[in-house]
Design a protein around this ligand. Structure first.
Ligand code: HEM
Ligand code: HEM
Length: 178
């Protein structure tokens, strides 16, 4: 039998988990803002160095966050959510990690081959193409992720408030199968 439970549950993610999520959103937005528009910009040594440092910090942050989240946190998706939805959320989250790592690693590879003197060779074009491919996929995944977050907000099931500090759900509806 399905019963509706109203309560005022606290977010399930730790403060640090939420802090990491939003710090990363800012770092990512900065990465998109300062993107390389033309490969020849890398001839500027200080620009080149900044790109490499940024991509390395980005990657280390991502790896740290991945292990912190998977080892210490549990999804806030209610237990009685259909398996297909839980699976979709897992796939989208994992794909985001893979794509973000792909962007940073392919960026570092561009830097490595650029420093070896590669410019318009096939190998360089393939790596830049891969870098751009990961960028376009992440835009899709983030859009999907944000739409899903808004969907949960409208469902009032606590998922939104577990991560987002604004437009909080005050009454959380959790349908529980008994
Ligand atoms: C995590 C760090 C990075 C982020 C978030 C990032 C982001 C981006 C974005 C959004 C684009 C535009 C893609 C498009 O228009 O389809 C781009 C292109 C590019 N990025 Fe990165 N990037 C990063 C690291 C790097 C690094 C380390 C290098 C090399 C040192 C690099 C070199 C390039 C190049 C050569 C292009 C193509 C520019 C062109 O259109 O000619 N990126 N990157
Ligand atoms: C760069 C943009 C973003 C990325 C890469 C991202 C990534 C992630 C990832 C990987 C998770 C799973 C938990 C974790 O490992 O941290 C997550 C959870 C979550 N995010 Fe984001 N996020 C982004 C932006 C946003 C935005 C803009 C919103 C809201 C408008 C949002 C709302 C949420 C919510 C509600 C959860 C909890 C979902 C759950 O427990 O299953 N995220 N995010």
């Amino acid at each position: 039998m399905k019963v509706l439970k109203d309560d005022f549950e606290k977010p399930k993610y730790s403060f640090f988990a939420r802090f990491l999520h939003w710090c990363f959103v800012i770092i990512f937005a900065y990465g998109i803002y300062k993107q390389v528009d033309d490969i020849n910009q890398l001839d500027d040594i200080s620009f080149f160095r900044t790109e490499i440092i940024f991509a390395s910090v980005f990657l280390l942050f991502l790896i740290f966050r991945f292990f912190y989240m998977t080892k210490t946190q549990k999804t806030s998706i209610p237990e009685d959510t259909p398996k297909s939805q839980k699976f979709a959320a897992k796939i989208v989250h994992l794909s985001m990690y893979i794509c973000l790592a792909g962007i940073a690693i392919s960026g570092l590879l561009i830097g490595y081959f650029f420093s070896l003197g590669f410019r318009d060779e096939l190998l360089m074009n393939i790596i830049v193409g891969t870098h751009e491919f990961f960028v376009s996929i992440i835009y899709w995944l983030i859009s999907f992720h944000v739409i899903a977050a808004i969907y949960h907000r409208l469902k009032n099931d606590g998922v939104w408030s577990s991560m987002v500090p604004i437009w909080k759900e005050r009454k959380i509806n959790r349908e529980k199968s008994q």
